[in-house]
Design a protein. Structure first.
Length: 149
């Protein structure tokens, strides 16, 4: 009889732990049909309310596939692109959208696009003045967004 209860409680305990791990993973990556798109849109709209700059909202696209980037902003077609595979955790996605929003906020002309590229050659990505600002805003505002939403 002791062996039965030992096996029973081991199995039940194991299932409980697996269920708990599953719930934690669901919380970290989000749930829903397309949680990434819904969350990215919500964060973008939140940024637009806090920091309005232009009449035309940037187009938000989420793409599949491999990339070394989490996201990017293109001034020429006014598009924020988010790479789904590199934003599988909710916090990362929020940070990426905010980071790219601030590129949209700062790059308002072709001359500013050129300045970004020139500084990239001069400073490298790790020390680029705009990247430092966008990283800081992403980290700081991600905490604010998570606290309020």
């Amino acid at each position: 009889m002791n062996t039965f209860f030992t096996i029973y409680f081991t199995v039940v305990g194991g299932l409980f732990i697996l269920t708990l791990i599953s719930e934690i993973i669901k919380f970290l990556i989000g749930e829903g049909e397309d949680w990434q798109h819904e969350l990215a849109n919500d964060v973008l709209n939140w940024c637009l309310e806090l920091y309005p700059i232009r009449k035309q909202k940037p187009l938000l696209t989420l793409v599949e596939g491999k990339s070394h980037l989490a996201g990017e902003y293109c001034f020429y077609n006014n598009t924020i692109t988010i790479y789904r595979n590199n934003n599988v955790i909710r916090r990362e996605l929020i940070n990426t959208v905010i980071h790219e929003y601030f590129h949209y906020y700062l790059i308002t002309s072709e001359s500013k696009t050129k300045l970004y590229q020139d500084q990239l050659e001069q400073f490298s990505l790790a020390h680029h003045p705009q990247e430092i600002l966008c990283n800081t805003m992403g980290e700081t505002l991600t905490k604010v967004y998570l606290k309020n939403n």
